[in-house]
Design a protein around this ligand. Sequence first.
Ligand code: CP
Ligand code: NVA
Length: 307
Amino acid sequence: MVRHFLKDDDITPVEQAEILRRALQLKQAPYSVRPFEGPKTVALIFDKTSTRTRVSFAVGVSDLGGAPLIIDSQSSQMGAKESIADTARVLGRQVAQIVWRTYAQTGLEEMANYAGVPVINSLSDSYHPCQILADLLTVQEHKGQLAGLKLAYVGDASNNMANSYLIGGATAGMHVAVAGPAGYLPDPGIVTRAELIAAKTGGSIEIHGEPHAAIQNADVVVTDTWVSMGQESDKEQRLRDFAGYTIDSALMAQAKPDAIFMHCLPAYRGYEVSAEVLDGPQSVIWDEAENRLHAQKALMAWLAEQA
Ligand code: CP
Ligand code: NVA
């Protein structure tokens, strides 16, 4: 059966651990696995801008023996001119996998329904599951474990990163605490899903209305931009609403002394995080950015085997 990775709980806890184990192997031996030998082509479609995702998927497909085909949707027939279902049917006949950064999660679901090849969500308005795989790999490298650790996410707790930390972190057995101002808290449906997963993995979920309680005793502190792609017109309002949510040294000091700081990037110094923390000794953001490559290679290789 063709498997897809559209959201963090499209894989089980055992499968997530397996993908992370392989990611570590691929980090040590980058050219040891060649599922796209041929070369087979992987379509990388972008409806939104990207640096890390574009580079890490393109390099990753090449490393796995394949050829990356980057498609900017503005310069293709996708959207108004041709339906997602028809696009999926065309691509599925020619490429080995489809990686898509887009807006609505429903679009990804439609692509997966018609493509006949694995579809990977490389960021939607709802989730950023590839980023969470990279983040989990980074935590594992720096802390030696995932299950039982406390991960605190402070900021826009209603966005794609928060959703993916809740679901993906629970899948890894972590204690995920998120904090956001009123109006920027996770959808109750996401919280329930994360709680159900956590009940099986030994993790837990906490939702807070202010940053201190969430960050208390955390092993891992994370944040993300207050203005996600597609929300630019709300920027001024958002900057007002998130006052007091900047992760600075004083807030970071409430986490464990050996806590690490992560950010999916791009980061806006002085807004969601101070320069002192982002560029400071607890920050592991460059390892995290590099790990996009290794985690996604492991994911693509694993999906190639399931198909
Ligand atoms: N973190 C992340 O997805 O970065 P890009 O938007 O640069 O791809
Ligand atoms: N929440 C951000 C993540 C960017 C990688 C966005 O969707 O723009």
